[in-house]
Design a binder for this molecule. Sequence first.
Ligand code: AMP
Ligand code: TRP
Length: 333
Amino acid sequence: MNKKIFSGVQPTGNLHLGNYLGAIKNFVQLQSDKKNQCIYCVVDLHSITVKQDPRTLKQNTRETTAAFLASGLDPEKSIIFNQSAVSSHAEGAWILGCVSRMGWLSRMTQFKEKAGKDKEKASVGLYVYPVLMAADILLYDATHVPVGEDQKQHLELCRDIAQKFNNDFNSRNFLKVPEPLIQKEFARIMSLKNGLNKMSKSDPSDFSRINLTDDKDLIINKIKKAKTDTLPMPGKKDNLEKRPEVLNLLGIYSSLSNQNLDEVKSNFEGKNFSSFKENLSELLIDKILPIGKKIKDLLKDEKHLDNILKKGAEKADNLATKKINEMKKLVGF
Ligand code: AMP
Ligand code: TRP
């Protein structure tokens, strides 16, 4: 089956190894299959659900675009654009918002986490955020949506919204019910400081993550300081459930080297941690440093980046406008 792929990343700056291994690397792999039609969106409408500085937002949109390109996404093969440039996303979100039920949205765990204790002060946008995400996906008849594990619930909601719209407007199969594509192994890269927390740009400690733009010395230093434990390097048969930090470092190694975990465990069995860490740093320097360099180079030419987004938006707009027009007709507009 030919797949239609859609995914989005928020332009919040400071993209890290978790974003790369959990999302972008997968985007590039999907692009390499010529049968797939891939659409990758910098979701700037989503990012304003929490307060943003307008100038920083614009720069972050460019930075995320640069990270896409530096990682291997190709605007000749995939559609790359920013969400606010295609007005159908906002229109679609309104229509789908009227189909969605309060009860469905109130079950979303990400809202509960992001809103924290004082829900009254969260923006309305943050609450309806998953409806906009559903519009993103459904406007393009996406069949598959590569996301991290944390977005699974939003994908299920998207499926419910699509089905309810089709039912309400007697339009079977009009909105295509998408499948999530979630990596089986290491879908969550954890913090270098605490193997139970996700690697995240909002962690106050920069040593908890490898940023895509970190330089060589910083990478070496961060891996040297990464938390481990006092036990020796595990062997192939050792269970790592109780050693989350060690599992995470081995997982990063496995993901970056495209080897499975057992192979990595066997390779380092009996060695000491410092030599494993040296190897891991070398691998990171080999794979991540060139991406960081390219991001920095691309950011020097803002016009070039803006132009790629503009061309991508034109292609996306063509597809989305057709769908939103049909949607409006069904609704009675
Ligand atoms: P965000 O920056 O939170 O918008 O995430 C962008 C993409 O990266 C989403 O698909 C996330 O699921 C993924 N992602 C973010 N942090 C991690 C992590 N620590 N491990 C794996 N994937 C992640
Ligand atoms: N909500 C996603 C995140 O925070 C980003 C996103 C927005 C998205 N729209 C999407 C992902 C559509 C996949 C498909 O990571």
